[in-house]
Design a protein around this ligand. Structure first.
Ligand code: MTE
Ligand code: MO
Length: 381
């Protein structure tokens, strides 16, 4: 049993599978800006490899075949550390909604918790590549189009060289999560953090980096994390006809809907309701976009999408050169406008938004499932 040495897990995580561990953050714990390490969602394709922090070595392979090695201690002493606040979201987050809203999509039936946010500490991939001999400011690099990452248990993925070298891309070799060494489930002792991209590219238990003409040949690059048309299936499919998912589209979800009265106080959102003169309904949740694009607006409907109002975006402070972190939001909905379905959609700074339904967004692998989040309300009806 390769899973015998997997670490213990917090009992509040919602486990979809145990071996490998796939567990989401419960909705009730998605309301803090920073997700505590213990309840950060876990997405493992295989077992958790046992990697020794003190002796761990990262190998960087250059296009000419030359290799450079760095121990974890060398990475920490040689390069300037930096911090980013970044959300990781699995490509399958909310797949359950696609299965319910269109038809069954293959894979783990995640609810809204295959997403979490943390403050990460590490060194810049760009700095390490420069040290290894890469001309990081070159306008064109012969033979280096992709940066492949290899995990200690065999998982692998890659990102385009432009993201890896971008001075404002903030791609990190991370060794700390929320001020503590990475937990084993999240890549101890070293993982890549590719902010703004789907979490599948943030390879855990990082052992090797390969600069290459080609993408990673792993199934997770070549097949699993791609989107096809609503009519396409795995049968007779040319998997190479779609690109691997990298930057992600706009996403949002409601994490709570509750009755509020003029005297109530929401400590988690530091929200006093001075203007509240009557009983109302408070809706709250998260919103994010990929590629460093910022969420500029969140629209709420309490009647299934006929009429709308704008949510308030919380002023949480995130570190990083671009917008890598989810935004929390809340809205107070007046009783008279409450219909039978709450809906949320978000908009990013490119005015990209979410599709209204899953019918047209359906893809058989159930990736990037981002249609408007709808919840029947009042719950009893
Ligand atoms: N890295 C390794 N080595 N093995 C994995 O199974 N899963 C990927 C990515 N990196 C994975 C990995 C996927 S699909 C996701 S969604 C994220 O890790 C999950 O990161 P987390 O478990 O820290 O939340
Ligand atoms: Mo994922």
């Amino acid at each position: 049993d390769p899973f015998v040495n997997d670490p213990p897990r917090d009992s509040s995580l919602i486990q979809h599978t145990e071996k490998p561990c796939n567990a989401e953050t419960p909705t009730s714990l998605l309301d803090t800006f920073i997700t505590p390490n213990e309840v950060f969602y876990v997405r493992n394709h295989l077992w958790v490899p046992e990697v020794e922090g003190t002796t761990h070595t990262l190998t960087v392979e250059l296009p000419d075949g030359n290799e450079k090695e760095y121990t974890l201690a060398e990475l920490k002493s040689k390069f300037a550390p930096f911090h980013i606040t970044a959300t990781l979201q699995c490509s399958g987050n909310r797949r359950k909604h696609m299965s319910a809203g269109a038809r069954h999509a293959a894979g783990l039936q995640w609810d809204i918790g295959a997403i979490s946010n943390a403050k990460w500490t590490g060194v810049r991939l760009r700095d390490v590549l420069r040290d290894a001999g890469v001309d990081v400011d070159a306008r064109y690099l012969e033979d280096a189009k992709h940066v492949q990452f290899v995990g200690a248990e065999a998982y692998g993925a890659s990102i385009p060289i432009d993201k890896a070298l971008q001075a404002r891309g903030d791609v990190m070799l991370a060794y700390e999560m929320n001020g503590r060494a990475l937990p084993r489930d999240h890549g101890y002792p070293l993982r890549v953090l590719v902010p703004g991209h789907t979490a599948a590219r943030s390879v855990k238990w990082l052992e090797k980096i390969i600069l290459s003409e080609e993408e990673s040949q792993s199934q997770w690059q070549q097949r699993d994390y791609k989107c096809f048309g609503p009519n396409q299936t795995g049968k007779d499919l040319d998997w190479s006809s779609a690109p691997a998912i990298q930057e992600t589209p706009v996403q949002s979800a409601m994490t709570s809907i509750k009755e509020v009265s003029p005297g109530s106080f929401d400590a988690s959102r530091e929200l006093q309701k001075p203007g509240l003169t009557e009983d109302a309904v408070q809706v709250a949740g998260y919103a994010l976009s990929g590629g460093g694009r910022e969420i500029i607006r969140v629209d709420i409907s309490a009647d299934g999408g006929s009429t709308w109002q704008q949510a308030v975006l919380l002023p949480d402070e995130a570190e990083g050169q671009q917008s890598w972190s989810w935004k929390r939001w809340h809205a107070i909905v007046s009783r008279p406008v409450v219909g039978s379905e709450m809906v949320v959609k978000a908009i990013d700074d490119g005015y990209n938004t979410q599709p209204e339904s899953y019918v047209g967004q359906y893809n058989f692998r159930g990736n990037l499932t981002t249609a408007w989040h709808r919840v029947r309300y009042p719950f009893s009806e």
